[in-house]
Design a protein around this ligand. Sequence first.
Ligand code: UD1
Ligand code: CA
Length: 451
Amino acid sequence: MSIALVILAAGKGTRMNSDLPKVLHPIANAPMLVHAMQAGTALAPERVVVVAGHGFDAVQSAAEDFNEEVVVVEQKEQNGTAHAVEVCREALKDFGGDVIVLFGDTPFVRAETLKSMVAAKAENAVVVLGFEAADPGKYGRLLMSGDQLDRIVEFADASDEERAVTFCNSGVMLADRETLFSLIDDITPNNAQGEYYLTDVVGLARQRGLGVTAVACEESETLGINSRTHLAEAEAVFQARARQELMELGVTLQQPDTVMLSFDTVIGRDTTIEPNVYFGSGVTIESGTRIRAFSHLEGCHVSRGAVVGPYARLRPGAELSENVHVGNFVEIKNADVGEGTKVNHLSYIGDATLGAGTNIGAGTITCNYDGVMKHRTTIGDKVFIGSNTMFIAPVTVGNEAMTGSGSVITKDVPDAALAIARSEQQTKPGVARKLFEILKKKKQKRALENK
Ligand code: UD1
Ligand code: CA
């Protein structure tokens, strides 16, 4: 049976206390909406519909960034979860399969869980995802009789007896399109909140004699985010899961709790990540590398055998070839670094191309910005750059060339040449001793005056 994914994301999220629509708050550097959309891809949906309201344009563009084919429908007034599904009626009218409803603020439902709902659908008209809540709070309560789900009661409408139930509604619901919309037709807002509750689908289906069941999942999967506190908890859940997955894939994390990963971080096996490393979005690390402590990586690619850090910063567009070494207090941005090249200490390499087998001395800086425009530095293979060389870009250094320490290189250096650009040394015999004597006398005189 083909599946359409409907993601409800029109709510304001008042408790976030934010100008940003709730579903765009990031977890692991991706909007929570994208996590929800990603969760749904496990079912290979034929169609994806996102319901947006608050911050419509921003939500639409985030959804489209993740999936070009998404249909984003507008829910101008948020009259409840059933009303939110109702506004998708038009977008789904020619769709002949099952519809699964997810919430944009419930981003962590696992693929296996969604698949077990699909399996349960074989015997039931409606399948709801529930969980045993440690603290059921204001969640809707699932009222079961045997393996059938009779009704969902919202907290606001529940009796004390019903509130004592700990099996709760996650919000995820699966039904075929026709049944779902025909049940929605019968929903009224006669309840404590005056809203159209999607949860009423369950009781209405039972009244029609249809089978309804609930599938249970872990509470961590259904974490609904309503506040910054929940957002931080969600981040922790994501990080714990992502670290666990990496370790299962053969990556060593020496101190897992201190490593921050992004939604899209890719790390190959037999790589070691030392403590306190931050992976921003867009990082791919090949196998057999080592990322040493306190490094910050973002939008970069690190090839096999490379060693990065400690205290290194790789910014967007940093491309390290195999066996490159990037050491402490080195920043690399928008630069290709050739195989086996070393930039080991205190350097800034920005808008540059470095060849293979080159050694960049401590304190080297590519001066890429003239105050208005950015310019490129190109350095060849097997070059030796003396410590504290400044490259005033645009500038090119040929293969097997050298620069003298402390040089300010403003002109191109041909292959095999040595460039030195610094003032010549003057050596004055005995002058240091005389200077010391003069200074010491001054100091004595001052001490006497202050007595
Ligand atoms: C809902 C469920 C509740 C469940 C809980 C789980 C209903 C009536 N209640 O309650 O049983 O335990 O989720 O987290 O479904 N939304 C819209 N348009 C609307 C209303 C909501 O798009 O008009 C979206 C929200 O942006 C959010 C999601 O639907 O992503 C859930 O809405 P919310 O108001 O948070 O529902 P709860 O009261 O938490
Ligand atoms: Ca909610």
